[in-house]
Design a binder for this molecule. Structure first.
Ligand code: ADP
Ligand code: MG
Length: 154
């Protein structure tokens, strides 16, 4: 199984899935989040934060900086590339050091990574269904993430 789909009925459910994912994450893991504004990416990241024992209230979209680092059960590096204009800006962040480092990297607007996209990652797409409903598609790229997906779905 390389992907599965979840229907979320409200923001609590989306957070709950983030929290559930966090239980299976380990240092070096990369979670790429795609989907329109308001589709639930940051909400999901708050759930991951909660699962990593980071106060979810601390987590906001890094509006002026492109990355925020949080310390929990392990570090979480939260990228939001909404405002990125050139891939070069990402490199300026020391991006690869964080991405393949000792914490979990979560990247909102990961589609903007272009050729800097990681070869292996968990890729999660959020689709607005009207009202509070969201479709969340979780796909594994690479063997590590196929294992992770099995545990998450199981
Ligand atoms: P993004 O980071 O993708 O722009 P946010 O998570 O910041 O999106 O915002 C999603 C908004 O939609 C929040 O205000 C949240 O309360 C609301 N919402 C309503 N239903 C859901 C749902 N099922 N999942 C996630 N967010 C939801
Ligand atoms: Mg966001």
């Amino acid at each position: 199984m390389n992907s599965f789909e979840i229907k979320s009925k409200n923001f609590q459910e989306t957070m709950q899935w983030g929290k559930r994912l966090a239980a299976h994450l380990k240092p070096g893991d990369i979670v790429c989040l795609c989907g329109d504004l308001g589709s639930g990416k940051t909400t999901f990241v708050k759930g991951i934060a909660q699962g990593l024992k980071i106060k979810p209230d601390q987590v906001s979209s890094p509006t002026f900086v492109l990355m925020n680092a949080y310390e929990g059960r392990m570090p979480m590096f939260h990228f939001d590339l909404y405002r990125i204009e050139r891939e070069g800006e990402i490199l300026g962040l020391g991006y690869e050091e964080f991405l393949y480092g000792e914490g979990v990297a979560v990247v909102e607007w990961a589609e903007r990574l272009g050729h800097l996209s990681p070869q292996e990652a968990l890729r999660i797409e959020f689709v607005h269904q009207g009202g509070d409903e969201r479709l969340i598609n979780i796909a594994a790229m690479g063997q590590r993430y196929i294992e992770l997906l099995k545990r998450l779905a199981g």
